[in-house]
Design a protein around this ligand. Structure first.
Ligand code: FE2
Length: 338
């Protein structure tokens, strides 16, 4: 079975082609929108994604060396994500599905981050820590769905460190040679400053950290501080990462699961991984991390999740395949894990 998957939830137009036997990945083509300055503007990103769609699609088909007629289904990430961007992928997928007379498979982008992590790390039943620019969630599979054991109440962890980096002039780019600029800057720091550590029940909140860190930065550039930018980065890193570890720790204690799987763009942080390893030792739990190439958005994860879903009869009428900007992963039935 061969499935083509389309990712276009935010800043990446990705097309992946996978099959249900090794080697699973037949093609991985992508184009990333990089804003000249500031954050992602949904409409500008969607224009970029639309302009790249044809090129990325034909790149994937030639890399996989498959004819469109050999593809069994078209999978597409219908959410969660930015409306204008999602609509680009949905339009391309609906068109392909109708034109090629192939079934269309709806995929939840967050579920796809988990499934590609499970495939590439050989994890079986982990507590999943999903950390990205738009998402911060601790989830675990239970009775047919991925259940949320904790999440952010406001901004995502990736958003916190990217916006902080931007406001203090460390980025973009936010990741240099695989290391986030805030992590890098934190290496030279060592003074823990006063910023809020906000865990409420099982949820976390990062917006207060951002406000406090920017206030500390203002004081620093006004020459009224006895600390450095490195110390602020160190504090942001220590506090924010520790909050996530605390919530994951309780999820592990509660579920009794023996693996932790880190997925999403922030999972690549070595500092974060070290914190998780220290905690995991205590619980005799194994820490697994999705390879960096597949930690970020890509079409392969959509194709792979689409393949799992399609094998269990999940399809959608192209006419009804509308995007869902706030599609939560705990609303998705996961028949392939039963
Ligand atoms: Fe993502």
């Amino acid at each position: 079975m061969i499935v083509l998957g389309i990712e276009s939830t935010a800043h990446t137009f990705g097309v992946g082609i996978v099959q249900d036997k090794e080697p699973y990945i037949l093609a991985d083509a992508r184009a990333d929108y990089v804003p000249e300055k500031g954050g992602i503007h949904p409409r500008e990103s969607s224009r970029f994604l639309a302009s790249m769609a044809g090129k990325v699609l034909s790149e994937a088909l030639s890399e996989a060396n498959v004819k469109p007629s050999e593809i069994d289904a078209i999978a597409v990430a219908l959410g969660p994500g930015l409306g204008p961007c999602l609509r680009v992928g949905a339009t391309v997928a609906r068109t392909l599905s109708i034109y090629l007379s192939k079934p269309l498979v709806p995929v939840n982008h967050s579920v796809a981050h988990i499934e590609i992590g499970l495939l590439l790390t050989n994890s079986r039943d982990p507590v999943v820590v999903y950390l990205a620019g738009g998402n911060t969630m601790i989830v675990a599979y239970n009775e047919g769905r991925y259940r949320v054991f904790g999440e952010t109440l406001d901004i995502a962890l990736g958003n916190l460190i990217d916006v902080f980096a931007r406001e203090v002039g460390l980025g973009p780019p936010y990741v240099v040679k695989g290391v986030h600029v805030v992590d890098k800057c934190a290496e030279e720091g060592g003074k823990l400053l006063d910023i809020p550590y906000t865990v409420k029940g099982q949820d976390v909140s990062f917006s207060g950290i951002l406000t406090a860190a920017l206030r500390l930065y203002k004081k620093l550039i006004a020459g009224k501080a006895d600390y450095t930018l490195n110390d602020i980065c160190y504090t942001v890193r220590e506090i924010a990462y520790s909050m996530v570890v605390e919530v994951a720790e309780r999820a592990i204690a509660h579920t009794g699961k023996k693996e932790v799987l880190l997925v999403g763009g922030v999972a690549a942080s070595k500092a974060l991984q070290e914190k998780f390893k220290a905690m995991a030792k205590y619980y005799d739990v194994e820490v697994k991390v999705v390879p960096p190439k597949y930690a970020v958005d890509n079409g392969v994860m959509i194709a792979w999740t689409g393949l799992l879903a399609f094998k269990h009869g999940v399809t959608i009428d192209p006419v009804k395949a509308v995007v869902r900007q706030r599609w939560r992963l705990d609303e998705v039935d996961i028949p392939w894990r039963k």
